[in-house]
Design a protein around this ligand. Structure first.
Ligand SMILES: Nc1ncnc2c1ncn2[C@@H]1O[C@H](COP(=O)(O)OP(=O)(O)O)[C@@H](O)[C@H]1O
Ligand SMILES: [Mg+2]
Length: 322
């Protein structure tokens, strides 16, 4: 038996629960085997406790991400909701299939891929997906060059994603070429896969906010299949700074006070000059270049102290284009 949840992302209403009579599981189906969406995978008390620990671990990791407050709240609410639905299933209360396909809207570098990976792991521990891995793809991985090629390529990606999440970046590009474009064939194959693998596949479509809105408008059939929409706003200067500091810290580097200042000045200038500046990937590139620049500086001396190896000086902050 499966559960249907309909989220209403537009007016921030709570999920709608529809509760028809639960059907009997078909023998051999994932429902009968106790896995899949809306299923309580493990009845064993010990393993249920272990799952809880892992879920708590994943939620703590989510908490450790900088900013993303609405995303965090939404994922936690979703986790609570799925958990309660599972308990309802256990009590043989009526429900419909849990529809967990998502749209992630936001600029590049706002954490969409990072959160998708975490959602996959969470779904696995919650017993919603058997594997929870994430297959990332984009138009070129799905759309072919001749008739029949697209269906094959899309099927290959779906096959890899079964049991987990198929994450399609810049998904709107599938509709870019209009009716005659092979992108349409990919969309049709994806819709079919969603129908065929209800308990075994979650799709996440990601892309720029406006483009995704346009994409869903032009595909009403698709829109109705994606009840969960999550917005990823650009990071603020302070958030970018915190992300940068965190990235240095996890790599076991420390910035001097002056280096922190240099980092702030650089990010501030970037925020005014770059089209998608609230972007954690730019920060990661900066961190990686800085680490290399520090290495070049230290390499000029025959040996370095532990402290020198850790310290980042202002001149290490690599302010060439990132
Ligand atoms: N909130 C955050 N806290 C810490 N690091 C982040 C955060 N958001 C993104 N990052 C880092 O920034 C980089 C780009 O993020 P990513 O998820 O690939 O963005 P997107 O998929 O939206 O382009 C990754 O290295 C990721 O670890
Ligand atoms: Mg990405």
């Amino acid at each position: 038996m499966t559960i249907r949840v309909t989220f209403r992302p537009d007016n921030f209403q709570p999920p709608v629960i529809q509760t028809p009579t639960p059907p009997n599981p078909v023998p051999g189906s994932s429902a009968a085997e106790g896995t899949g969406i809306g299923r309580v995978r493990k009845n064993n008390f010990v393993s249920a406790e272990k799952d809880k620990d892992k879920i708590a671990e994943i939620l703590a990791e989510l908490e450790s991400y900088i900013g993303l407050e609405t995303v965090k709240r939404f994922i936690k609410d979703l986790q609570a909701y799925v958990e309660i639905q599972k308990r309802r299933v256990q009590e043989k209360l009526i429900s419909e299939p849990l529809v967990l396909h998502m749209i992630f809207r936001g600029n590049p570098g706002t954490g969409k891929t990072t959160v998708a990976r975490l959602v996959g792991r969470l779904y696995k521990e919650m017993g919603v997906l058997p594997k929870g891995h994430v297959i990332e793809c984009e138009r070129a991985d799905l759309v072919g060059e001749y008739i029949g090629h697209t269906a094959q390529k899309t099927r290959d990606q779906i096959k890899k994603a079964l049991g987990g999440v198929l994450f399609i970046d810049e998904a709107y590009s599938l509709a870019r070429g209009g009716e005659k474009d092979f992108g349409k064939e990919a969309i049709d194959a994806l819709v079919k896969a969603m129908e065929d693998n209800k308990d075994n596949l979650v799709l996440i479509l990601a892309g720029y906010r406006q483009e995704m809105d346009w994409f869903l408008q032009t595909n009403p059939g698709l829109r109705s299949r994606f009840p969960i929409h999550i917005d990823f706003p650009d990071y603020t200067l302070d958030e970018l700074l915190s992300i940068g500091n965190l990235m240095f810290k996890t790599r076991q580097y420390e910035l001097t006070k002056e280096a922190r200042e240099a980092l702030r000045n650089y990010l501030q200038a970037l925020l005014h000059s770059h089209p998608y500046a609230g972007n954690a990937r730019l920060v990661r590139n900066l961190v990686e270049k800085t680490v290399r620049k520090q290495a070049v500086r230290l390499f000029q001396k025959p040996s370095s102290s532990r402290e020198e190896l850790i310290k980042i000086l202002p001149e290490d902050i690599n302010t060439e284009a990132v």
